[in-house]
Design a protein around this ligand. Sequence first.
Ligand code: HEM
Ligand code: CU
Length: 622
Amino acid sequence: MSTAATRKAGFGAALWDYLTTVDHKKIAILYLVAGLFFFLLGGLEAVLIRIQLVLPDNEFISAQFYNELFTMHGTTMIFLAAMPLIFALMNAVVPLQIGARDVAFPFVNALGFWLFFFGGVLLNLSWFLGGAPDAGWTAYAPLSVFSEGHGVDFYAVGLQISGIGTLIGGINFIVTVINMRAPGMTYMRMPLFTWTAFIASVLILFAFPALTVGLFLLTFDRLFEANFFDPSMGGNAIIWEHLFWIFGHPEVYILILPAFGVFSDVISTFSKKRLFGYSSMVFATVLIAFIGFMVWAHHMFTVGLGPIANSIFAIATMAIAVPTGIKIFNWLFTMWGGNIRLTSPMVFALAFIPSFTIGGVTGVMLASAAADYQYHDTYFVVAHFHYVIVGGVVLGLFAGIIYWWPKMFGTMLNEKLNHWFFWLFFIGFHLTFFIQHFLGLMGMPRRYWKFQPNEGLDLFNLISSLGAIFMTVGTLVFLYNVIVTQAKGVKVSGDPWDGRTLEWSIASPPPYYNFKQTPLVRGLDALWIEKQENNGKMQPAEPLGDIHMPNNTFTPFMMSLGLFIAGIGVIYQVDNGAWWILGAIGFAITGGSMLYRSLKDDLGYHIHKEELTDDEGDGSNG
Ligand code: HEM
Ligand SMILES: [Cu+2]
């Protein structure tokens, strides 16, 4: 088998290539496109919410639709936008940063994407099939158990499918980082983005099973007459809250730690210095992840756990501020005396520091259990978590997307437009959410469809809604930039930012086998060392040889499609047992695909070393 066969032209061929790919770089693009699509969808939902709240006593949308909007907005943003965008960056970058040719299990990588994708599509089908879930993204029982219609069923089944994809995706990255590092790439030489992706994957491994279990119990309560969460039948609704937050709190660290990794790489690159306090950064990452697991009940202060439990969880929560503070100071010290270049990723990083710090401060305020009795379920909470999620995660995602765009696509987004995007989004973000702290302190409850005139809430709500328009315009500038850049298609070199880490040592986009010869890593910031000592050429760790590659396969798509079909059948069998036929068809497709995968040997193919004569991937910087 030859490699030339993989280079077909035409739209149909390109589509088929993406539907069957097992290449981490292409899977990254799939995650990016899907994640940005859902980001726009979640953004549209947010704008509709803010239009409803632009005036007091507004009748723009119905109360029921409003409930569906905030539920789907939160669910979409967390599970279908932020998570896949993190996976997009991890797929695009981690194998390159550690000098690997792919992730450990390319097939599983593709399967993880398709499961996420079909779960997300299933969830959103609910809009067209009688109503979306309406019990909040937290789906608290017993509200979620007794919610009418099929909305919450789509939530339970859709997130279940999607969540399995995330779980196996995370496991893949754990194995990849442990097993696939190039010679010399010791743990304490790994770039911070790889470190944080690794730790986030460990968090996924421990957090997502709690969600899996919770969603199964909810599914059984709603579809199969179980009573796990129905107090009148001996169930316990608080169990849902525990299961949800044992997953849900680590989830925010799954999102923020990779963003921290992006900022660490971006700040050191554009300060032209190695990261200050590298080992304390690694230690702080691990510590944040560890403590992050023990604080879930700070979401449950008002449930009635009692003063002792509340105090323990309050103190544990506040403790996270310590390693986080260490990180903030390390970023500042990295810039100190550095040769700073204000590229757009760097500007996002600079803006992140004060924004995220505000979110951290309100977090410590909320962690004070007694005070939380006042803040709980007010707009203060909404302001807080948007400060950390948008001011931290979203700024980090866009910094990372812009920073690694040249590596992913071989083109460079227009810097001027990037700065426009930044300013519109950043100003809009603070306009929208800063003022919500005060709305909350003035008593405006969260998730209310209307507020009344003469409550003194009009002006601040108006300003908040205006901010959302700014963010929308900013996002459109970004989209415009993407389209124009890709239409022009001006090629860039392998190292347009003067980078420090291994991904910048090969062409942009990299050849499908990544590294022609596995590089030899001689220290932290491996490429930078060679730039100082060896004209920027990585030294090979192995002689030129044949490269083993996996074949493309349609099986992951089919396995996921089967679960999608089965999910619809399982949801509707409550109305009519005949839907089990659809369920059976779906499970048969998945099971059949698994059987096919087990029985058929797929040994991949080799690229022979004679075919590797072109100068791609040899450290020549494209
Ligand atoms: C881009 C601009 C955004 C705007 C204008 C916006 C606006 C809103 C509004 C108005 C609410 C409803 C608050 C309530 O009534 O309780 C909300 C809730 C929420 N948002 Fe956003 N949001 C934005 C971005 C994001 C992002 C990027 C994320 C996560 C990655 C996110 C996650 C959430 C969550 C988890 C909720 C809670 C939903 C619930 O109460 O069940 N938002 N947002
Ligand atoms: Cu939490």
